[in-house]
Design a protein around this ligand. Sequence first.
Ligand code: GTP
Ligand code: MG
Length: 226
Amino acid sequence: MPVIAEFVLSAASASQFPGDHLPEIALVGRSNVGKSSLINSLLGMPKLARTSNTPGRTQTLNFYRIWPNGRPNFGDPKAPAGAGDRFTLRGAALDAARSAGAFYFVDMPGYGFARVSESQRRAWQKLIEQYLLTRESLKAVIQIVDLRHPPSKDDVAMWEWLSYHDRNRLCLATKADKVPRTQRPAHLRQIAQDLRLPEAPLLYSAEESTGHDSLWSWVLATVAGQ
Ligand code: GTP
Ligand code: MG
């Protein structure tokens, strides 16, 4: 059965997060680094998450429900009784989703985008911090950095913050296609050194297949709680 991915909701506040508490994997990283593109490329659905050349595209926490082995037939997902609504699966639908290994990718607004107002920045920061610190269904955070450049100050601060709060985390270096093959190991070493990683970040490209299989295996193992 093919993977099925569906956009579920955009949350601008914690009260809007989905209530079914399927496992969640969040993506964080500098604005324009390629968070939304990673979701699309990994799932082979180019139009699922909106991407853009303009930094600051993603402005809310966007929840995508992923069915790794297709969606079981549990009737109309919008039916009010039992199945719940599109936002919150309930009853038999939730049981079916759990046993099918369904989970959420959570696409986040990026950090480090200068043209965001101070009050907007504070609002996002509060929402993101609250989500990353308190969300019980959050299984892991994927921090994405750009393979072409050493990590920014914000990248380092985010990684240290996740480490301090002991969040299960994976560092991933994307846009690999933009760096010649021979130079990639040195770039990976630089990132590992600056972020004080125990091992090299996972190498990824949204344009090529680099890293897709490794990331998908990691995601499936992580949501299964291994
Ligand atoms: P915000 O939502 O603004 O935080 O950005 P984002 O991190 O979601 O970035 P997005 O996925 O929108 O990608 C930003 C730009 O980088 C787009 O023009 C993408 O096409 C490009 N891009 C993303 N990943 C890759 C990649 O692996 N290789 C190349 N060559 N370009 C990429
Ligand atoms: Mg985005």
